[in-house]
Design a protein around this ligand. Structure first.
Ligand SMILES: Cc1cc2nc3c(=O)[nH]c(=O)nc-3n(C[C@H](O)[C@H](O)[C@H](O)COP(=O)(O)OP(=O)(O)OC[C@H]3O[C@@H](n4cnc5c(N)ncnc54)[C@H](O)[C@@H]3O)c2cc1C
Length: 474
């Protein structure tokens, strides 16, 4: 049992992924700047910090097993990177053409497609990716009335009503969902793309709304449009962020390879029971573990049962290094996503050596492929060599390669991608209310709740810290 030795408020952060680390960092920063009597303990079950962020630096290649970049929609990452003083290590992806395979054929994404929604009608109409009847149906978006549905609805249903089945299947779904591997018929519109609801409310047409949003971004003088919409990472990969956070958490006690098994209330504090048979008491807790793990910590109290309704999808990333000569010179794209109507096992592929030249030594190429998505996850169970074989077969069907990989890194992500089904926001709200009633100084944060992207995770951490400090000190 660790004793509270001073009249400090102890905050325990459970989970050392990006969310937990950002929370600990901002707690420490606030404590220092405002001279708050805070003691911070971060508890991580693994031997390493970073959670899903895992960069492999191998033979001068930078390989991401999990997330590989981020779009800083809410500026939270820019702030964190600045606070950490690692802005000089940020890099932006090189611009390039993305392709989609539709019914096994390769098509370039029409210029001006934002999240798959056409903003340049001329290039959409000139593209062969959708038939003429499909294009005609998609232009109905320009005059169709607003949806009358007030409550949450499936993302697929909402956009199909505006653009028709073909455009949704062939362009919007592959680009909107990317590697998130979800099922558009089940995903919550409100929890995944609330901006589309607002756009429809304001402009009726999503094409018009998206165009307007783009022009507003380009009129924001503080940043160029490319800067705001581009993918970013660090010159040595995303783990740079984790290393910087760990290096700066000097006033935080970090416990690695220690698992929180259960949480209970004791007098005015909270007791965390650990797998090493000891326990820690805390005045407040930031719970930044995946939702099913968090829910199990309250098994005795039977709390947070509703979180079991947030499903998880399984995927695998497959990074393959080649000599540059193995690449097909006639294909100059940087990315490929696969529409569900294509009989492929791969769901996406990035030409990482083109997007991130610093990730690859001169004379080599790096392909980052994903397999597995909601309803189609069995491939992840195969052996590494079987997965590699299937990936190569799929790629060779569309963009023939002229050689075999020098090495391949397969990373399985079993039940790792939370899917925000219809009703997600309400489910999360109820869970948070329930927790607040029993543990008023505990916050539930992370990719299971209010956005899965890295900037969303950082944003949740920042907000939780602000709210908790108000509760503790005001
Ligand atoms: C394959 C893949 C690709 C992705 N690609 C992108 C991308 O390109 N861009 C993007 O923005 N997002 C991407 N994401 C999403 C993003 O990576 C995640 O949402 C984010 O990393 C989640 O961070 P987290 O801290 O909330 O959770 P995690 O990273 O899961 O961290 C939770 C931590 O809690 C620890 N833990 C678990 N149980 C316990 C316990 N009992 N006690 C103590 N500690 C415990 C775990 O070991 C882990 O370190 C991707 C996700 C995956 C899986």
């Amino acid at each position: 049992m660790i004793d509270v030795t001073e009249q400090k408020q102890r905050v325990a952060v459970i989970g050392g992924g990006i969310t937990g680390l950002a929370a600990a960092f901002y707690l420490q920063k606030e404590a220092k700047e405002k001279k708050l009597p805070l003691e911070i303990v971060l508890i991580e079950s693994s031997h390493r910090l970073g959670g899903k962020i895992q960069t492999v630096r191998k033979e001068n290649f930078v390989i991401e097993r999990g997330p590989n970049s981020f779009i800083d929609n809410n500026n939270s990452m820019a702030k964190l990177v600045k606070d950490l003083g690692i802005e000089d290590q940020l890099i932006r992806s090189e611009a390039g053409q993305t392709y989609i395979t539709v019914n096994e054929k390769l098509y370039p994404v029409p210029a001006g497609s934002i999240l798959g929604i056409p903003t340049k009608l001329s290039s959409f109409l000139a593209s062969d990716i959708v038939s003429w009847s499909g294009k005609l149906r998609a232009t109905c978006d320009l005059w169709f009335p607003r949806s009358r549905i007030q409550e949450d609805q499936p993302l697929g249903k909402f956009i199909r009503r505006r653009f028709g089945k073909e455009t949704v299947e062939n362009i919007i779904e592959p680009l909107l969902l990317g590697v998130s591997a979800g099922d558009i018929e089940q995903l919550s519109l409100e929890a995944t793309f609330p901006e589309l609801i607002e756009m429809e409310k304001e402009y009726r047409s999503l094409m018009t709304g998206m165009k307007k949003a783009l022009s507003e971004i380009s009129h924001d003088d503080s940043k160029g449009i490319e800067e705001q919409r581009s993918f970013q990472t660090f010159i040595n990969g995303l783990e740079t962020l984790i290393e910087a956070l760990e290096g700066q958490l000097i006033d935080t006690t970090i416990l690695k390879s220690v698992k929180v098994e259960s949480i209970a209330k004791t007098a005015h504090q909270v007791t965390l029971s650990l797998n090493n048979k000891s326990s820690i008491t805390a005045d407040a807790v930031i719970l930044a573990t995946p939702h099913l793990i968090s829910q199990k910590m309250f098994a005795k109290q039977g709390l947070l049962q509703g979180l079991q309704d947030i499903p998880l999808t399984t995927v695998a990333s497959v990074s393959m290094a080649f000599p540059i000569e193995a690449m097909n010179e006639s294909f100059t794209g940087t990315g490929l996503t696969v529409a569900r109507n294509s009989d492929f096992s791969i769901t996406s592929c990035s030409w990482a050596h083109r997007k991130w030249p610093s990730f690859v030594p001169a004379g080599y190429a790096l392909l980052e492929v994903y397999v597995g998505r909601s309803g189609d996850e069995a491939i992840v169970e195969l052996s590494d060599s079987e997965i590699e074989k299937i990936v190569l077969q799929d790629l060779n069907r569309v963009i023939p390669l002229k050689g075999s990989p020098l090495f391949t890194v397969v990373s399985r992500w079993k039940e790792a991608m939370p899917q925000y089904k219809v009703g997600h926001a309400q489910r999360v709200e109820l869970a948070k209310q329930e927790l607040n009633e029993h543990f008023p100084t505990m916050k539930l944060v992370g990719s299971s709740y209010e956005g899965t992207s890295l900037p969303n995770c950082v944003d949740q951490a920042r907000s939780a810290v602000d709210e908790l400090l108000i509760k503790l000190f005001e």
